[in-house]
Design a protein around this ligand. Structure first.
Ligand code: NDP
Ligand code: HSE
Length: 436
């Protein structure tokens, strides 16, 4: 049988890793796919740069459109990232009848609905396992392995850069900016690293996970997004004192009123497995009605872990090249005409417990005022730590954990507490999840 011919657009961290894995494991891959898979053409912007891969026997071009229009290429692998020109390249490839593999979560989260619809009309596959959680086969697990379940919720550490930063801050007391720079050098971070630290990248991934878990269209604009850039070393230390770890979580939960979609720093009890997922590792807990909670763990970024997912997708596509398009696994797990219009809840209607840190004046009655405001909003305090004021300071840090409360109530209570003359500055709040 003829080999499957692949064109790779982008030879950076993931593209380079993909070339290396496809070359190194060519024999085993051919035995799995039933045909050999060869990269015939690849593109990058500037071939004077050092590459992590050997490009021998690959035709190189600086024009990525030469790959999508090449009639001899069966599968286009898009690994440049971002929206443009990635979207134009993918759309053109599909229109040319080519199958597409991509690691581009921004592209899928923002344009996936249209891309999948076009791909279905053209009878081609668009595979995107590497777009979520690097090397963890979470798309396959949810879309196929758990397809008998009514999925209730999922929660995951889905940004490797963010987890690497939080881990280094907690374990080594390192500075945020310094660790981010190391994550960039290691190839973990996005081209624009604010995507990693402000929760945008995690929101792209959560959009995709929620869609395949609940059978809803991709709705990136409805995700509540908060990153890790305002987490301080003292928050990490206070959380630890209370028996918690701070992790950046993506949470998608089905409730009777709609679906919660949110990414934010979260206190998790330290005894939970996911609280102990460190460095660039990712982990996702998925709760199904039949299977109960399941946990998926592995490297969330980096050249070869991500290439592992890209190559698995290439093999999947190679296997189905000759199969009837009607019988393929749907792109978003559910049949395209069976997607649900269940609403995504506004953040005000989300219920969680909270960690609060405030700076209060060191005199009698201050805590009583705070407790009164919380009580007026039906917010009960689960734990409280009051620290000594620092030398020469009149304010002391107060840290509280609350029971569950609607976000709206907490917002109102925080606004009132911040107006107290005895409270200094803004109140820091971090949501908590028990993940039982
Ligand atoms: P890199 O920046 O390392 O590589 C990007 C590649 O695309 C480079 O070869 C670059 O060329 C080429 N390129 C960039 N812009 C253009 C353009 N406008 N036209 C043509 N070629 C272009 O990115 P990554 O490999 O890290 O990421 C690729 C994709 O994989 C992204 O979607 C990312 O989100 C995703 N991803 C990344 C992971 C990781 O760990 N890095 C993990 C999971 C997903 P040149 O080399 O000449 O600059
Ligand atoms: N920048 C991303 C991360 C790459 O750090 O998780 C993997 O998607």
């Amino acid at each position: 049988m003829n080999p499957v011919r692949v064109g790779v657009i982008g030879l950076g961290t993931v593209g380079g890793g993909t070339v290396n894995v496809l070359r190194r494991n060519a024999g085993e891959i051919a035995r799995r796919a039933g045909r050999s898979i060869v990269i015939t053409k690849a593109s990058a912007r500037d071939f004077r740069r050092d590459r992590i891969c050997d490009t021998k026997d690959i035709e190189l071009t600086t024009d990525p459109f030469a790959i999508v229009s090449d009639p001899d290429i069966d599968i286009v692998v898009e690994l440049i990232g971002g929206e443009s020109p990635a979207e134009e390249l993918v759309v053109q490839a599909i229109k040319q009848g080519k199958h597409v593999v991509t690691a581009n979560k921004a592209l899928i989260a923002l344009h996936g609905n249209e891309i999948f619809s076009l791909a279905s009309r053209q009878g081609v596959m668009v595979a995107f396992e590497a777009a979520v959680a690097g090397g963890i086969p979470i798309i396959k697990a949810i879309r196929e392995g758990l397809s008998g379940n009514h999925l209730e919720w999922l929660a995951g550490i889905i940004n490797g850069t963010g987890n690497f930063i939080l881990t280094e801050m907690r374990e080594k007391g390192r500075d945020f900016a310094e660790v981010l720079s190391e994550a960039q050098d290691l190839g973990y971070a996005e081209v624009d690293p604010t995507f990693d630290v402000e929760g945008i990248d995690a929101a792209h991934k959560l959009t995709i996970l929620a869609s395949i878990a609940f059978g809803i269209p991709l709705q990136f604009d409805k995700v509540y997004k908060e990153g890790i850039s305002r987490i301080t070393r003292s928050d990490v230390a206070y959380a630890e004192e209370l028996g918690y770890r701070i992790k950046h979580l993506g949470v998608a939960r089905r409730t009777s009123k709609g679906i919660e979609l949110r990414v934010h720093p979260t206190l998790i009890p330290e005894r939970r497995l996911i609280a102990n997922v460190n460095g660039v590792m990712n982990a996702i807990v998925v709760k199904g009605d039949a299977v109960g909670p399941t946990l998926y763990y592995g490297a969330g970024a980096g050249a070869e872990p991500t290439a592992s997912a890209v190559v698995a997708d290439i093999i999947d596509v190679a296997r189905t090249l000759t199969s009837d398009p009607e019988n393929r696994v749907p792109h978003l797990a559910f049949q395209a005409d069976a997607l649900s219009d269940i609403p995504v809840l506004p953040m005000d209607e989300v219920e969680t417990s909270y960690y609060l840190r405030l700076s209060a004046e060191d005199r009698p009655g201050v805590l009583a005022d705070i407790a009164r405001i919380l009580a007026n909003h039906n917010i009960s305090i689960e734990a409280l730590i009051q620290k000594e004021p620092l030398e020469g300071e009149s304010h002391l840090p107060v840290i509280m954990l609350t029971h569950r409360v609607f976000e709206r109530e907490m917002n109102n209570a925080v606004t009132e507490m911040e107006k107290l003359p005895t409270v200094n500055g803004l109140i820091k709040r971090i949501r908590m999840e028990a993940l039982r």
